[in-house]
Design a protein around this ligand. Structure first.
Ligand SMILES: CC(C)(COP(=O)(O)OP(=O)(O)OC[C@H]1O[C@@H](n2cnc3c(N)ncnc32)[C@H](O)[C@@H]1OP(=O)(O)O)[C@@H](O)C(=O)NCCC(=O)NCCS
Length: 164
């Protein structure tokens, strides 16, 4: 259900990002226009390093969304954030739920992390359901947590820790 993205996926990813741009705008930090170009995405995918990984959510042979592991902190925290989205016409087919399961396996396995965190807007019930189905626990509301569209928006934070 998920696979590591490489620079050759840049064109397919850009097309999917452009198709979902307006819909995702109220949910994500602002992106510059160049983010929606093949050149930018090829570069982004080619420059992944330890602590920052982007996976494609795939349906059959096709890219259906992405799930990323970001903001990795090593040392005694061993923690990272995840963020994900699914192409609008392919929602409610279990893709995000399967992708979160896959990325949690990666995080606690290959990446050697202890904790995975995710934040959702308070009214994003679909995303909260995806996390709860994957064994994430609700931490609480972090006020004015993330800058989206010029406003610091409250988020409900969730975590899952390894071996629980
Ligand atoms: C959130 C999102 C990733 C879910 O993707 P998805 O592939 O449709 O999720 P799934 O098919 O795995 O569904 C997960 C659960 O959410 C439920 N769900 C879906 N839409 C819902 C909604 N609008 N309200 C309540 N529950 C909803 C599903 O019924 C399912 O629960 P169930 O298995 O108990 O029936 C997708 O809606 C999306 O891309 N949203 C925009 C981006 C976003 O919000 N990303 C997360 C940022 S934190």
């Amino acid at each position: 259900m998920i696979r590591r993205l490489v620079s050759d996926d840049g064109a397919e990813l850009t097309a999917l990002l452009v198709a979902n741009r307006e819909r995702l705008r109220p949910l994500e930090p602002d992106r510059p226009d160049e983010f929606y170009t093949v050149e930018f995405q090829r570069e982004r995918l080619g420059n992944q390093q330890d602590g920052r990984w982007l996976f494609g959510i795939v349906e059959g042979e096709e890219l259906a969304g992405t799930i990323g592991v970001n903001n990795t902190i090593r040392g005694p925290l061993q923690s990272a954030n995840i963020g994900y989205w699914v192409d609008e016409p392919r929602r409610r087919r279990g893709l995000a739920s399967a992708a979160v399961a896959g990325v949690v396996d990666f995080a606690f396995g290959e990446a050697g992390l202890h904790r995975v965190e995710a934040g959702t807007l308070p009214d994003n019930l679909a995303s909260q359901r995806v996390l709860e189905k994957n064994g994430f626990e609700r931490i609480g509301v972090a006020r004015r947590y993330l800058l989206i569209g010029g406003d610091w928006r409250d988020h409900v934070l969730f975590q899952r820790v390894a071996d629980v």
